[in-house]
Design a protein around this ligand. Structure first.
Ligand SMILES: [Zn+2]
Length: 163
């Protein structure tokens, strides 16, 4: 187990601890996810993940219970990150974005609403999803341009360097 390089955990019921993962010091890929309908509940924080010094890829989907991204800020080799941003406090998402600029550049909190049948009622155009907690989720980028930009800028100001 200790030589394990890739690990996926999903639909396990409530996980009481992530402590055993800390021992997997060669781990390069970690997926923590719920199923389509279920959340992966954590009855613990993400602390043990801080030990995964070799981590290159990390996915957190449908994970509920952990709200501190502090343990995720020390991955010097990380090149790929996939986080369900809407499930976590915006301040924590901003910490990750500041630490991992490659991820911030992808703007993972803004997605096209491809799979929706609905179109904007006003202009008939496609919509976008803003995946940030306590923010309006579905936007029309054409009709709501100014308000969407303002909302995005308010969030991105949390981690962008002011020059
Ligand atoms: Zn519109």
């Amino acid at each position: 187990m200790r030589g394990l390089r890739s690990l996926s955990l999903f639909e396990l019921g409530i996980l009481p601890t992530l402590e055993p993962i800390a021992a997997l010091s060669h781990l390069e890929e970690l997926l923590l996810a719920g199923g389509v309908w279920k959340h992966q509940k954590l009855a613990c924080d993400l602390g043990p993940l801080a030990e995964l010094r070799e981590l290159k890829k990390l996915a957190l989907h449908n994970v509920r219970g952990a709200t501190d991204f502090g343990p995720l800020l020390g991955f010097n080799r990380l090149v790929w990150l996939d986080v369900a941003t809407a499930l976590f406090p915006v301040e924590e998402v901003a910490r990750l974005a500041k630490r991992y600029p490659f991820w911030a550049k992808q703007r993972p909190w803004l997605r096209s609403h491809d799979y929706a049948e609905t179109k904007c009622e006003r202009c008939g155009g496609g919509q976008v999803l803003l995946l940030l907690r306590r923010k309006k989720a579905v936007w029309c980028p054409s009709c709501d341009t100014a308000r969407l930009q303002k909302t995005l800028q308010a969030f991105e100001a949390l981690f962008e360097e002011r020059g």
